[in-house]
Design a protein around this ligand. Structure first.
Ligand SMILES: *[C@@H]1O[C@H](CO)[C@@H](O)[C@H](O)[C@H]1NC(C)=O
Ligand SMILES: *[C@@H]1O[C@H](CO)[C@@H](O)[C@H](O)[C@H]1NC(C)=O
Ligand SMILES: *[C@@H]1O[C@H](CO)[C@@H](O)[C@H](O)[C@H]1NC(C)=O
Ligand SMILES: *[C@@H]1O[C@H](CO)[C@@H](O)[C@H](O)[C@H]1NC(C)=O
Ligand SMILES: *[C@@H]1O[C@H](CO)[C@@H](O)[C@H](O)[C@H]1NC(C)=O
Length: 291
């Protein structure tokens, strides 16, 4: 069918011939910027030279994506075929409408129309596609962050196009973006999923709340969200510190106790041995013959 359409266009121009040489017209199309899911207006017009008098009626046309051999969409008189999302604006206006625009529509196109006098006009147009990111969403690991402990802050934004970026700021507007890793993944529908991982080895609750800012491909802010972090008092941390202190005190106490015991034992021993020594001396004195 597509090949027939092209043949038809060529044949039509051949049979009808360029009878009015004075009417030299060319077609010009503006680059079109479409939004995913919406209708894109591909604005085209005929550029007429002097001598162009009569009204132009478009009788046939075909749109081919650059690099492909078969037309994507073609029409002749009242018949249309191919991608039915394309529509000719009117028989006097070569502009096209493309409904339900998708990322895959992005690219360069060749467009040929034949008018009622068999004159062929060629034009090209480019379709660029954009899509806004959905509002970002922040999550954390762990869910309940410990004061002074490690934490990962995640911010995701999806459904945008082309790829953008995620920036991080804290409550004092300090830029934390350099500490984060941005992951860009392509969804099945070619829309982009942005995911940023901001890692802390030791987080301070006074830095919160954090702001996650989503920027589009032109670095224009598209959305932002503020974190609602759940902090817990550093129980296990102060607990372990307390434990260490308690153990240290206990150990030191035991050492002191040991030293005191040892000292006391030693003193008793010394006392006893002195006593014994004295007693011995006494006995000796008693037993020794009187001088
Ligand atoms: C599309 O563009 C043409 C040419 O600029 C204009 O006449 C027409 O009103 C536009 N249509 C829509 C739906 O925007
Ligand atoms: C196009 O349609 C008109 C009537 O709507 C008809 O007169 C004309 O012959 C048709 N042209 C072609 C090429 O089919
Ligand atoms: C955000 O991204 C992370 C990492 O890719 C993923 O584990 C998490 O499920 C995502 N969350 C949402 C709400 O998309
Ligand atoms: C934050 O830091 C990032 C990465 O260094 C930088 O690209 C961006 O311009 C900074 N934003 C502001 C508002 O300073
Ligand atoms: C985030 O980064 C940290 C540190 O590099 C890493 O341990 C963690 O696995 C990352 N998380 C995800 C979901 O990639």
């Amino acid at each position: 069918m597509a090949v027939e359409a092209v043949l038809l266009i060529i044949l039509m121009s051949f049979f009808l011939g360029n009878t009015q040489q004075s009417v030299l017209i060319s077609m010009e199309c503006q680059p079109a910027v479409g939004v995913v899911g919406q209708t894109t207006n591909i604005s085209c017009s005929f550029k007429r030279n002097f001598g162009a008098d009569q009204k132009i009626i478009i009788s046939a046309g075909a749109v081919t994506k650059r690099g492909e051999t078969e037309p994507l969409f073609w029409f002749k008189n009242n018949t249309v075929d191919g991608d039915n999302r394309f529509k000719l604006l009117s028989k006097n206006d070569p502009s096209l409408l493309l409904s339900s625009t998708a990322v895959s529509d992005e690219g360069l196109y060749d467009y040929t129309v034949v008018n009622n006098r068999g004159i062929i006009e060629d034009g090209t147009f480019r379709i660029s596609v954009t899509a806004k990111y959905n509002p970002p969403f922040i999550s954390t690991w762990p869910e309940k962050i410990e004061e002074g402990g490690p934490a990962d802050l995640y911010c995701n934004a999806s459904g945008g196009y082309p790829a953008g970026a995620i920036h991080w700021f804290d409550s004092t507007n300090t830029n934390w973006t350099k500490s984060a890793t941005l992951k860009i993944t392509e969804r099945e529908d070619k829309l982009v999923h942005l995911s940023s991982n901001l890692t802390f080895t030791s987080i301070d609750s006074s830095w919160a709340p954090f702001r996650c800012v989503v920027l589009n491909s032109k670095f224009i802010q598209e959305g932002e969200t503020t974190s609602h972090l759940k902090f817990t008092a550093s129980q296990s941390h102060s607990g372990s510190e307390l434990g260490t202190v308690t153990i240290s005190v206990l150990v030191i106490g035991l050492i002191i106790l040991g030293l005191i015991t040892a000292f006391l034992c030693h003193r008793r021993h010394v006392q006893r041995s002195t006593l014994e020594h004295n007693r011995e001396a006494e006995t000796k004195m008693l037993n020794s013959p009187q001088s």
